[in-house]
Design a binder for this molecule. Structure first.
Ligand code: SAH
Length: 250
């Protein structure tokens, strides 16, 4: 059996109980060494075999999985955050399916939710926006034309941009086509890690702040008025608003 596990954003206590239980019993662990916290490997049993996928190709990963499961052993394939977001999990699942190898996916805390926690913000603020766009800027990996930063920025929603901090100047220029220059921006570097850093600014000054701080990887760029202080109170806890679980309070 192969288990795909979301390791969470960094803090080893942010993996799920289910994910940790599997790491504890796995015979083979394949983890994304570039981003998954090594501390998680301390949960592994003593004689487990550990591979760092950042040095492996898809073929090599699948080969390790195949060689392990044929002896009835367990593989834990550990991805950073949640595997459904830029995890390259689909190509692995399809290869396993082709070989009739069983797998299960255990979700994880994505870095974008860890970033909201670090910022102490709510992405879907009533009266501001009810939509979160998770995206990346085109780099060595292409992005479909209809999803360019300019087109997405036109909606003025909350936007969380992955994998793009190294192109901050270009990113900001594109964002400015949709958002006003004084729209707040927060960059969260290594959310939930001991060396987490937060930079707060606007589209006008964030590039400079990022460069000054020397941040060029493992960061999310969050944009939008959810970072501001104007919003409406929710209907959910509004005393004049009744719903399924609570009548209106008189
Ligand atoms: N599956 C992961 C994302 C993998 S893509 C998830 O759900 O979070 C890798 C990118 O995610 C990094 O370039 C960075 O933009 C972001 N990232 C991952 N971990 C992060 C963290 N702890 N803090 C900030 N950004 C992070």
């Amino acid at each position: 059996m192969v288990y795909f596990i979301g390791a969470g954003p960094g803090d080893p206590e942010l993996i799920t109980v289910k994910g940790r239980n599997i790491i504890e019993k796995a015979d083979v662990i394949i983890y994304a060494g570039s981003l998954v916290n090594n501390e998680l490997l301390k949960f592994a049993k003593e004689n487990s075999e550990i591979h760092d996928s950042s040095k492996m190709t898809l073929e090599e990963v699948i080969e390790v999985m195949e060689n392990t499961v044929q002896y009835g052993k367990i593989v834990a394939r550990v991805h950073t955050g949640d595997p459904s977001i830029y995890g390259a999990i689909r190509e692995q699942m399809d290869q396993l399916k082709k070989r009739s190898i069983k797998y299960e996916i255990i979700p994880g805390v994505s870095s974008f939710v860890a970033a909201a926690a670090a910022l102490e913000k709510e992405y879907t603020l009533p009266g501001v926006t009810q939509t979160v766009i998770l995206t990346r800027m085109e780099g060595r990996t292409s992005v479909p034309g209809k999803e360019s930063i300019e087109m997405l920025a036109a909606h003025g929603t909350t936007m969380v941009i992955f994998l793009s901090i190294g192109m901050i100047d270009e990113l900001v220029e594109k964002l400015k086509t949709g958002y006003l220059e004084d729209t707040p921006v927060a960059v969260v570097y290594k959310a939930s890690w001991p060396d987490q850093r937060i930079l707060r600014g606007t589209l006008k000054n964030i590039s400079g702040l990022v460069k000054e701080a020397g941040i060029d990887k493992t960061a999310l760029v969050t944009v939008g008025d959810f970072l501001g202080d104007d919003y409406e109170l929710s209907k959910l806890y509004d005393k004049s608003f009744s719903h399924e679980f609570r009548g209106a309070v008189k």
